[in-house]
Design a protein around this ligand. Structure first.
Ligand SMILES: CC(C)(COP(=O)(O)OP(=O)(O)OC[C@H]1O[C@@H](n2cnc3c(N)ncnc32)[C@H](O)[C@@H]1OP(=O)(O)O)[C@@H](O)C(=O)NCCC(=O)NCCS
Length: 161
């Protein structure tokens, strides 16, 4: 697991896109996925200020096979973004290692909680629940012409918060 440098960003974007095509094939057509990646970024919650903390990559035999990034939010939570593992190597502990790295860093940053937004029908929902995160809000994400329901989950990082 290591911090990704700018020279890896293109590879990380390709990994995310490939993972979408395989893992979300039951949710979106290839055209909808292409529209999502080639169109403007979806708007973020204007009530929250975000700043980037770090971006990590997981490597197997020198190949980038997983990535994630962490942002801090003005509401005191850290937000996990873009956690993706190459579908060829799912189930080998890479997702958990990326999750643990980001949670540890969120604690160091002094975050009260750790949040992540996931598509309601993505298998990753079970993964996040398995790791202890609980649903806090629901929303939507526009992917091409489709509007997909999302769930935001949170893991508390301090007792009582
Ligand atoms: C979700 C994802 C990141 C998990 O990564 P992974 O490397 O396959 O997961 P791991 O092997 O590290 O699994 C860690 C633990 O979670 C469990 N787990 C993994 N996927 C799970 C699922 N869908 N439901 C329930 N538990 C799950 C594993 O059994 C394992 O449990 P254990 O450590 O107690 O034995 C990966 O499947 C993925 O990239 N999915 C597609 C993209 C995606 O939807 N990303 C989320 C964007 S918000």
């Amino acid at each position: 697991m290591r911090i990704l440098e700018p020279e890896h960003f293109e590879g990380a974007r390709a990994l995310v896109r490939r993972t979408w095509r395989v893992s979300y094939a039951h949710l979106f057509t290839p055209e909808e996925i292409a529209a999502f990646f080639e169109g403007p970024r979806p708007p973020r919650d204007p009530a929250l200020v975000f700043w980037s903390v770090a971006r990590w990559g997981a490597f197997l035999d020198g190949e980038l096979v997983g990535s994630s990034s962490l942002e801090m939010r003005a509401d005191g939570n850290a937000e996990l973004r873009t956690l993706y593992v190459d579908p060829d190597v799912h189930g080998r502990g890479i997702g958990r290692a990326l999750w643990d790295t980001a949670v540890d860093r969120a604690r160091v940053e002094g975050a009260d909680g750790f949040v992540v937004r996931v598509l309601e029908r993505a298998e990753a929902l079970g993964f996040y629940r398995h790791l202890g995160a609980e649903e806090i809000t629901r929303g939507t994400l526009r992917v091409g012409a489709r509007v997909a329901p999302t769930i935001t989950l949170r893991l508390g990082l301090r007792p009582g918060v």
